[in-house]
Design a protein around this ligand. Structure first.
Ligand code: IVH
Length: 693
């Protein structure tokens, strides 16, 4: 579908929607459901969305409204189940339809050779399918006819827990098996059991922990724990918000339905509408398998989800049967586990930093060591409970863990190495940022400084205000903000807009050029619009998504300030706590002064033109490099367009670059893209391809 088609389709669909709402018939409901299922399939499985998020949301809202009016039309496969709503008292224990086995592990190339030799003792010329070992949790799905009937955890392998309603919220678990390619599809059986891995993508995990940290809730140690915690929620609405995903890899009845190999199974799962991990390779030589394992060990950190190894499976089912099983695992498969990225070092001290919401976070100061290719001198300790549970003491030998770009963590201490000089850590009585007292609210893991004038908090608040997703003031990083505060040039974010060239140049290490650049960036930031501004204000619990929802609903700061708690809570995504935080924010006189300052400085307090246009996902997941001069947009405008489309505007060309947008006088970046064979668009081509006016 090109863009013209897409727009035309959108218009037709909108008319259809309006017509449909009026019609409000059962037939319309069926069509609506089909459209939604198709949109989910395009988005989550094919990675090729054909409609915007807003259009998808509109269809879902319509569906929910009709189902509310006609509860008798609701069935278990309705896409409305994706948003959750079912609250379980407890999970029922259920027996699996076949045991859920575990795998033997290999930790080296030698272990893999031993496995290969054993296989070759039984079958000649084995063929191995090598899949990624997704670091999540096994989920057993049962389909009766084509509809998802049950979703269960692994449990002890024989019995698991019935978490069906939560599983229904995972967007790439089909609620009904698709027909797929009718010619290729084998005869259906009445019941089908699909096994695979439920997981939380790294990005969802990162966001969830930020949210929890800011809300004073304990953070999850890793995406696997977060996925497990999310699936065991009794309220499926919470699970629905956690962004869980699923990769399918096994059909219990594969042979009964005529599938002969693991490769055929994966293809069948795709046809049924499952996500199948794309990094699957088939090898005949174990040395090639080893090379692929090494390659993926390097690549694992650039994947959007965690993997902890690879799984080798004998491809042919007849050969699998010849090999059989031990009491707990198949002899025809093995898991290759990556070497751990954990090293030992000494914990020299524990420092406390104040976050912008006043949360005090302990950080370990370490004897510097190399982990996973980088030097590490600090590691996260999260909160006092974490330190106490793990009995971490200053001076301890500790094991730290670092994976890719994840913040290093202290995972455990080595108490057997203590010599008696180690000290227990105590939270300070006063905030290191302002010297005032600190509190710990009941039910919260975090300690907080509740002094609204805290200098440490203020620094973080301003750093957040100027950050990329907020007001995006280029050139104003943590160091500049700290210096501005130290020299008394600013007291809050509003003062940024009173800076002059003269004031800036009075600072040490600030030249005329940098001063001018900073002023220009500040000037430009004034027009970011209400959504960015609301996020920038750092209202507790209000992330960028909620800020956008508030901005879209109220359209101006004034209207938002006048909104009642009920008005606020009427917005999807805004719960009671957030509504209260918003209200409290506007009631605080210090915040009112800040808003007046911002308003007086000419900061836009209403929706920007971009906000009006709404965000979209046309660049979802893409890494785009802009080079040369464009005629229609300046650099920051085009970067915002890319970011609002879900893409990343990157400054250097690498193999990971999705495409390069080259304007006039493009130089070395263009050349590099040509050498690497990366797609290059001119401004005109870019405009046409993405339908930008
Ligand atoms: S096959 C009988 N394939 O790893 C074979 N397992 O001990 C069943 N896992 O918890 C497992 N990715 O959930 C298989 N591509 C993959 C996998 C995978 C992750 C998990 C599985 C189980 C553990 C195996």
């Amino acid at each position: 579908m090109d863009n013209g088609d897409k727009r035309q389709w959108t218009v037709i669909w909108r008319i259809f929607l309006i017509g449909g709402s009026l019609m409000n018939s059962h037939e319309y409901l069926q069509q609506l459901k089909e459209r939604i299922v198709q949109a989910e399939y395009q988005y989550y499985i094919l990675d090729d969305p054909q409609i915007t998020d807003a259009e998808y949301d509109a269809m879902l809202v319509d569906l929910l409204a009709i189902e509310k009016e006609h509860p008798e039309w609701v069935d278990a496969s309705s896409p409305s189940k994706r948003v959750g709503g079912f609250v379980a008292d407890q999970f029922t224990k259920v027996a699996h339809y076949g045991p859920m086995l575990s795998l033997d592990n290999a930790f080296s190339a030698d272990d893999l050779r031993v496995f290969d030799r054993r296989v070759r003792e039984v079958v000649a010329n084995p063929e191995y399918v090598v899949e990624l070992k997704i670091d999540g949790l096994t989920l057993a799905l049962t389909y009766d006819g084509p509809a998802l009937q049950r979703g269960a955890t692994r449990g002890d392998g024989v019995n698991g827990e019935d978490i069906t309603e939560n599983v229904r919220t995972i967007r790439d678990v089909p609620l009904k098996l698709r027909d797929g390619d009718a010619d290729a599809a084998p005869a259906p059986v009445s019941r089908v059991d699909v096994r695979g891995e439920g997981y939380m993508p790294k990005e969802s995990f990162r966001r969830l922990n930020i949210e929890r940290g800011e809300g004073g809730q304990p953070v999850f140690a890793n995406p696997r724990n977060a996925a497990a915690g999310s699936l065991r929620q009794q309220d499926s609405r919470i699970t629905a918000q956690r962004g869980l995903r699923y990769f399918a890899y096994q059909i219990l009845q594969a042979q009964e339905i005529g599938l002969k190999t693991q490769e055929e199974t994966l293809a069948q799962l795709s046809r049924w509408g499952f996500s199948v991990n794309p990094y699957v390779k088939v090898f005949t030589d174990i040395e090639d398998v080893t090379a692929y394992c090494t390659e993926m060990a390097d690549k694992r950190h650039s994947l959007p989800y965690d993997i902890d190894g690879l799984v080798l499976k004998l491809n042919n089912y007849a050969q699998q049967q010849e090999l059989g099983f031990t009491s707990k695992s198949p002899r025809w498969a093995i898991a290759y586990k990556f070497p751990a990225e954990q090293v030992e070092t000494t914990l020299l001290d524990i420092e406390i930093t104040v976050g912008r919401t006043g949360v005090l976070t302990p950080t370990a100061v370490l004897r510097e060591v190399a982990v996973a290719g980088t030097m590490v001198a600090r590691a996260a300790l999260h909160n006092l409970d974490y330190i106490r549970t793990k009995d971490i003491r200053i001076g301890d030998h500790v094991i730290i863990h670092k994976a890719g770009d994840i913040i290093p963590e202290v995972v455990k201490t080595l108490p057997e190495k203590r010599n008696g000089t180690e000290r227990e850590f105590h939270m300070p009585d006063v905030c290191p940022g302002c010297g005032e007292g600190i509190t710990r609210l009941s039910g919260e893991a975090a300690h907080r400084c509740i002094n609204p004038q805290c200098a440490g908090q203020q620094r973080e608040v301003i750093i957040h205000f100027v950050s990329r997703d907020a007001m995006n003031v280029d050139g104003a990083g943590a160091a500049t903000v700290t210096q501005l505060l130290q020299e008394g040039l600013i007291g809050d974010a509003g003062d940024l807009y009173t800076l002059t060239e003269e004031k800036l140049m009075s600072m040490e290490r600030m030249g005329k050029r940098s001063a001018q650049n900073l002023l220009e960036a500040l000037e430009e930031s004034k027009g970011r619009g209400l959504a960015c501004l609301l996020f920038a204000l750092g209202i507790r619990n209000v992330g960028s998504k909620a800020a956008r929802a508030l901005a879209t609903r109220f359209r101006s700061m004034e209207a938002l300030q006048q909104a009642s708690l009920e008005d606020l809570q009427a917005i999807p995504d805004v719960g009671q706590v957030m509504a209260q935080n918003v209200e409290a924010y506007f009631q605080d006189p210090a915040n009112q002064t800040l808003l007046e300052k911002l308003n007086a400085a000419g900061v836009q307090m209403s929706l920007s033109a971009e906000d009006e246009a709404g965000s979209n996902d046309m660049f979802m997941g893409a890494s785009i490099v802009v080079t040369g001069t464009l005629s229609q947009w300046d650099r920051s405008e085009i970067e915002r367009i890319i970011e609002r489309g879900g893409g990343k505007a990157s400054s250097s060309v690498s193999r990971k670059t999705t495409f390069v947008l080259a304007g006039e006088n493009a130089g070395s970046k263009l050349q590099k893209a040509q050498t690497l064979g990366i797609p290059i668009y001119s401004e005109e081509e870019f405009r046409q391809k993405f339908g930008l006016a």
